[in-house]
Ligand binder design. Structure first.
Ligand code: FAD
Ligand code: FES
Length: 277
């Protein structure tokens, strides 16, 4: 049982959970995630560790409502999460770089933030571009301002910050800074557009992939992604991958295929198959 210390609602889709989990907080590194089982015999839900505090022994998740379980977690009051498995995944590779650019789309902030923190601790300059659909969806602005040397907020409809998306300011940033490394974390389409925009500068770009996951430990094969024509498993080898190597078109195609009910069916199928073994 893991005690929920704080639940904060940001808007009609997004909320934050701060959970007491000293052992996970002690081991957590930027780029990792946990699998939460929010209810006895409930679904296994992967969420990025958006922040952790080793001294307090806490981990934080930013969660967006997309289906049944996340809606239940948003609506209901609960003091404990029955099960949390983690930290899972390969930590982000943090290396000495002068200027690191983060292109984060909406919920992508949850994965970008701990990586920014790790680079900041290494002495890097953090340039953040954060995109939302509109002003009502903006969250963690102060937290991001505190950690960023420069921050640009964009909204699709221009209701806050610059009108446009995170990719629309890439050229402007590259004119101002010698960027050494880029992280693009958000929707698959946003990450694909980022890779296309960065390619001409020849700078390394890392994307963070969240394909459907079931076990989260490399056994079921649900989270496969294609890199340079070869299959890799996002739960153990990722979520971070080289943006130039990942076949993002394949992932976009598959995520459309399993949208809505089909996504849940795939998971049910894999879970049942697991139970029959
Ligand atoms: C490594 C990893 C980290 C993640 N981190 C976060 C996070 O920090 N915050 C957050 O809000 N979500 C995160 N997700 C996505 C999150 O796990 C799903 O949104 C959640 O499991 C949906 O549960 P549900 O029962 O509410 O929705 P379901 O009813 O299962 O699905 C509803 C809709 O969401 C789609 N969906 C389900 N799982 C995923 C997925 N993995 N990726 C994309 N679409 C999905 C379905 O296809 C369907 O269209 C992460 C996923 C992975 C793999
Ligand atoms: S979730 Fe990655 S192999 Fe099962």
């Amino acid at each position: 049982m893991f005690k929920v210390l704080r639940k904060k609602i940001y808007n009609q889709y997004v909320f934050e959970l701060e959970i007491e989990a000293p052992l996970i907080a002690r081991e957590a590194k930027a780029g990792q995630f946990c699998i939460l089982i929010p209810k006895e015999k409930g679904e296994r839900l992967p969420f990025t560790i958006a922040d952790f505090d080793r001294k307090k022994g806490t981990i934080t998740f930013i969660i967006q409502v997309v289906g049944k379980s996340t809606q239940m977690m948003y609506d209901e009051e609960y003091d404990f999460i029955p099960d949390i498995l983690g930290p899972l995944g390969t930590p982000s590779k943090i290396e000495k770089k002068n200027n690191v650019l983060f292109l984060s789309g909406g919920l992508g902030i949850a994965a970008s933030y701990p990586i920014m923190k790790a680079y900041k601790e290494m002495g890097s300059k953090i340039i953040s571009v954060v995109g939302f659909r509109n002003k009502s969806l903006v969250f963690w602005e102060d937290k991001l301002k505190d950690i960023s040397d420069e921050i640009i907020i964009t909204t699709d409809d221009g209701s806050y910050g610059l009108k446009g998306n995170v990719v629309s300011v890439v050229d402007q940033i590259f004119k101002k800074y010698n960027i050494d490394k880029v992280y693009s974390i958000g929707s698959l389409k946003m990450m694909k557009a980022s890779v296309d925009a960065i390619k001409k500068y020849g700078v390394e770009i890392i994307v963070s992939l969240n394909p459907i996951m079931v076990d989260g430990i490399g056994m079921c094969g649900a989270c496969r992604v294609v890199l340079d024509g070869k299959i890799h498993y996002a739960c153990i080898e990722g979520p971070d991958f080289d943006g130039y190597k990942v076949d993002l078109d394949d992932l976009i195609l598959r995520s459309n295929q399993f949208a809505k009910e089909e996504g849940a069916c795939l998971r049910d199928y894999l879970l049942n198959r697991g139970n029959r073994r």
